[in-house]
Design a protein around this ligand. Structure first.
Ligand code: CUK
Ligand code: CUA
Length: 649
C-alpha cells in the first residue's frame, strides 16, 4: 500500500532539495532578489495542515482513470503543445491521446503546411510586413509556432462547441479550430504587438472577443526606429472578433502582459503584467516589489472605438490604455504575477504570484466602483492567501474551492476562497485544505468544465514541466507529466501519470456532451471551396471526373480516390511544369481516409471522407515517380498507386 503522497513528499523533498532550489533560482534569478526563496520548503511543509493519510485504494468510491476497451471517455481534453505548434485531443479520464490537430506546425501526416487548403489558412492572415519578410527568404509562411493556450468559444458562460481558439507565442498569431471537423480554419497575425502569450475568450454573452496579450514591448511601428530606446517600446492588448477573426481593437498598456481572462458578466477582462519596470533584462524586470493586474473596461473601449477616439496603426484601431486612461485600471500586486483565473462563481478572480508565495483574489463586483473612482485599486482585493512557493495557475471545483499549482514546491494546493476572504479580514482561519505533491514542477492545471459556470468538481489535471524518474528513461530529453487527480472527494487523490511530448502548457477539459464532430465532410464545406471553384472553371466534377487539364506550363490534375484506387492510374507532365494535383475522396464511409504521396518529390497529404485536398509543386525532376496512398484504407492499400511521368525538357 503506497504511503500518502503528501507524507512521502516531505522526504522526497529533502532528497530533491537541490531541485527545488534550482527551480527557485531559475524563477527568481537568485535568492537575493526574492526573499521568500530563502525559506526552506521542508520547514514550511511541516507547518502545513496534515490530515489522515489515505491511499487511493483505501478509498472505495473514488474515481478511477480506467476506461475499459470499447468504452468511451466522459470528457475531451484539448491540450496545447507549446513549441510543437499543434493541438492534441485526449480522452479523460483515460488520458489516451485521440488525435492531433496541426496548427502552426508543418505536419507530414495530413500535409498541413503543404496542401493549398492549409497554405491558404496559414498565409491569408499574415501582416503585409511578414508576408514581405517571408517572401524575401523564399517562403510563404512559418512552419513553427509556440501554442500555449487552447480555449473554447462560449455562449452564456459555458462551452458552445463551435470553436477552439489558440495563440502562437512565436509568430504573434491567433488561430481558430472548427470543432465540427477538428481542423484549423483561420489564422490571423496581430499587427503592432510582439507575441501573443495569454489568450482567453469572452464568456458572456458569447465569444465574441478573443483576448490576446502582447507580451513583449517593442516600438510601434517596429520598423527599425527606436532600436535601443526601451522607453519608447509599447505593450499591446488585442481583442479579436472570434466570428470574423479580425482585430476588433487594440489597447496600449504599461508593463509586459502575461496571462488574461474575462468575467462572466461581459463587462471586464483583465491581464497580469510583469516588468512594470519597462526593463530589458532579468534583473531589471524584477527590480520592483510590485507589478500589477490591468483591468479593461469593455464598454468604455467599445464607446471609444465608436467615437473614433483612436489612432489607426497597422490597419487596426489602437487606443491608449496606459496609466491614467479611462479605459483601464491598474491594481498593484506582488512582483511578477503569472496566471489569472476567473472562478465559476462569477465573482472571484485570482492572480497567481509566481515570485510571491501569495495569490491575489479580486471581487469583480467592485470593478464598477473602481472605474467610477469611488474606491482605490487595492480595494478590489478581497483576499491574498499565502499558499507556497511559485504559484502559477489556479483552477476551481465550482464548490468554492480553488486549486493552485506551486511550481517551486512541486505541489497543487487546495484552498477555500471564502476562508481566504475571512482570513484577509483578520479572522484566524486557514484557507489551505490540502497540499498534494505532483511530479514535478507544475505549470497550468485545469479542472473538468472548471473555466465555465458548469464547473463539476470531478477532475483536475496538473501539467508538470518535469517528469524525471516517473517514466522509463528515454535519454536526456524527458517527457513532461500530465497528472490526473480525482477531486470529487474532500481530498485530492492522484490517479494517473501521463507522459507528454513538448510541451503542453495548458488544457481545457470539456464534457463530451458539448462537442459534436461529424464523420464525413459536407461537399459544400468552405474549407476546400477554392478547389471546387477551380474544378468548375475547368469543367470538372470532382466527385466523378478524373482529368488532366493543361494550361500553358500549368497542369491541373484531378482525380477521385475510392478504396483501393485513384481515378487516374497515371498522368504525364513536362519538366518545369507547375502541377496542381487535386484529389477527392469519394468514399462516403466513416474513418475511410486516403492519402496522396509522390516518391522523391516530398509530397504527402491526406484526404478525409468526402473531402477534397490539393497540392501544387514544380515538376523539376524528370523520370517515373509513383504516387501512392498513405492511409491504410483497404486490403489492397499497397496497390493503391499510380505513376507520374515527367518528360525531360
Ligand atoms: S504559460 Cu506556460 S505554464 Cu504560457 Cu499559460 Cu503558465
Ligand atoms: Cu487509399 Cu490507402
Amino acid at each position: 500500500m503506497p504511503a500518502d503522497n503528501e507524507d512521502k513528499g516531505l522526504n522526497r523533498r529533502k532528497l530533491l532539495g537541490t531541485t527545488a532550489a534550482a527551480g527557485a533560482a531559475g524563477l527568481a534569478g537568485g535568492a537575493a532578489l526574492s526573499p521568500f526563496v530563502g525559506a526552506v520548503p521542508d520547514a514550511e511543509a511541516q507547518t502545513r495542515p496534515q490530515t489522515q493519510a489515505r491511499s487511493q485504494a483505501a478509498q472505495p468510491g473514488r474515481q478511477s482513470s480506467e476506461v475499459r476497451p470499447g468504452e468511451l471517455d466522459e470528457y475531451y481534453v484539448f491540450f496545447s503543445s507549446g513549441q510543437s505548434g499543434e493541438v492534441r485531443i485526449y480522452g479523460l479520464p483515460s488520458m489516451r491521446e485521440l488525435i492531433r490537430v496541426p496548427v502552426f506546425n508543418r505536419d507530414s501526416a495530413t500535409g498541413w503546411g503543404q496542401t493549398n487548403e492549409s497554405l491558404k489558412v496559414l498565409t491569408e492572415g499574415l501582416t503585409p510586413e511578414s508576408r514581405d519578410h517571408l517572401a524575401s527568404i523564399g517562403r510563404q509562411t512559418y512552419d513553427a509556432g509556440d501554442l500555449h493556450h487552447p480555449h473554447l468559444s462560449f455562449t452564456d458562460g459555458t462551452y458552445d462547441g463551435r470553436y477552439l481558439f489558440v495563440n502562437d507565442k512565436l509568430n504573434t498569431r491567433v488561430a481558430r479550430i472548427r470543432l465540427d471537423v477538428m481542423r484549423c480554419d483561420k489564422i490571423i497575425q496581430l499587427p503592432n504587438q510582439a507575441t501573443v502569450h495569454g489568450l482567453r475568450v469572452q464568456k458572456y454573452p458569447r465569444t465574441g472577443y478573443v483576448f490576446c496579450n502582447g507580451e513583449d514591448r517593442v516600438p510601434i511601428p517596429n520598423d527599425g526606429r527606436d532600436l535601443d530606446k526601451p522607453e519608447n517600446y509599447r505593450s499591446i492588448y488585442t481583442a479579436v472578433d472570434g466570428d470574423t477573426m479580425k482585430v476588433a481593437w487594440q489597447v496600449i498598456v504599461d508593463g509586459n502582459l502575461d496571462n488574461t481572462d474575462a468575467d462572466y458578466q461581459g463587462k471586464y477582462s483583465f491581464a497580469t503584467c510583469y516588468n512594470s519596470e519597462g526593463a530589458v533584462n532579468l534583473a531589471g524586470m524584477m527590480a520592483n516589489e510590485q507589478d500589477w493586474v490591468v483591468i479593461f473596461n469593455l464598454k468604455r473601449i467599445e464607446d471609444a472605438v465608436r467615437r473614433k477616439d483612436y489612432r489607426e496603426i497597422g490597419g487596426v484601431p489602437v487606443l491608449d490604455g496606459t496609466k491614467g486612461s479611462k479605459l483601464t485600471r491598474y491594481v498593484p500586486v506582488p512582483n511578477s504575477p503569472h496566471g489569472i483565473n476567473t472562478a465559476p462563481d462569477g465573482i472571484h478572480v485570482v492572480a497567481n504570484g509566481k515570485l510571491s508565495p501569495t495569490v491575489t483574489v479580486f471581487d469583480v463586483r467592485k470593478f464598477d466602483d473602481l472605474f467610477d473612482d469611488k474606491i482605490q485599486p487595492r480595494d478590489t482585493v478581497v483576499a491574498e492567501p499565502e499558499l507556497g512557493l511559485g504559484p502559477l495557475h489556479t483552477a476551481y471545483d465550482g464548490k468554492g474551492n480553488a486549486f493552485t499549482t506551486l511550481f517551486i514546491d512541486s505541489q497543487v494546493v487546495k484552498w477555500n476562497i471564502e476562508a481566504a476572504r475571512r482570513a484577509f479580514k483578520g479572522e484566524k482561519v486557514n484557507p489551505i485544505i490540502q497540499k498534494l505533491d505532483v511530479h514535478y514542477q507544475p505549470g497550468h492545471n485545469h479542472t473538468s468544465m472548471g473555466q465555465t459556470k458548469e464547473a463539476d468538481g470531478k477532475w483536475l489535471i496538473s501539467l508538470n514541466k518535469f517528469s524525471k524518474d516517473r517514466f522509463l528513461n528515454v535519454g536526456p530529453l524527458k517527457p513532461e507529466n500530465d497528472q490526473l487527480i480525482d477531486i470529487s472527494g474532500d481530498r485530492m487523490v492522484l490517479v494517473h501519470d501521463g507522459p507528454s511530448y513538448a510541451e503542453p502548457h495548458d488544457a481545457t477539459i470539456v464534457h463530451r456532451s458539448k462537442i459534436n464532430p461529424v464523420d464525413t465532410w459536407k461537399r459544400d464545406d468552405a474549407f476546400f471551396q477554392d478547389a471546387v471553384k477551380r474544378a468548375q472553371a475547368d469543367g470538372v466534377d470532382l466527385m466523378t471526373d478524373s482529368k488532366v487539364i493543361r494550361d500553358g506550363n500549368k497542369v491541373r490534375v484531378y482525380m477521385t480516390s475510392s478504396a483501393p484506387q485513384y481515378g487516374l492510374e497515371e498522368f504525364q507532365v513536362k519538366q518545369g511544369d507547375e502541377v496542381t494535383v487535386t484529389v477527392t475522396n469519394i468514399d462516403d464511409v466513416a474513418d475511410l481516409c486516403h492519402g496522396f504521396a509522390i516518391i522523391n518529390y516530398g509530397i504527402s497529404m491526406e484526404i478525409q471522407p468526402q473531402a477534397t485536398a490539393s497540392v501544387t509543386f514544380r515538376a523539376e525532376r524528370p523520370g517515373v515517380y509513383w504516387y501512392f496512398c498513405t492511409w491504410f484504407c483497404h486490403a489492397m492499400h499497397m496497390e493503391m498507386k499510380g505513376r507520374m511521368l515527367v518528360e525531360a525538357r
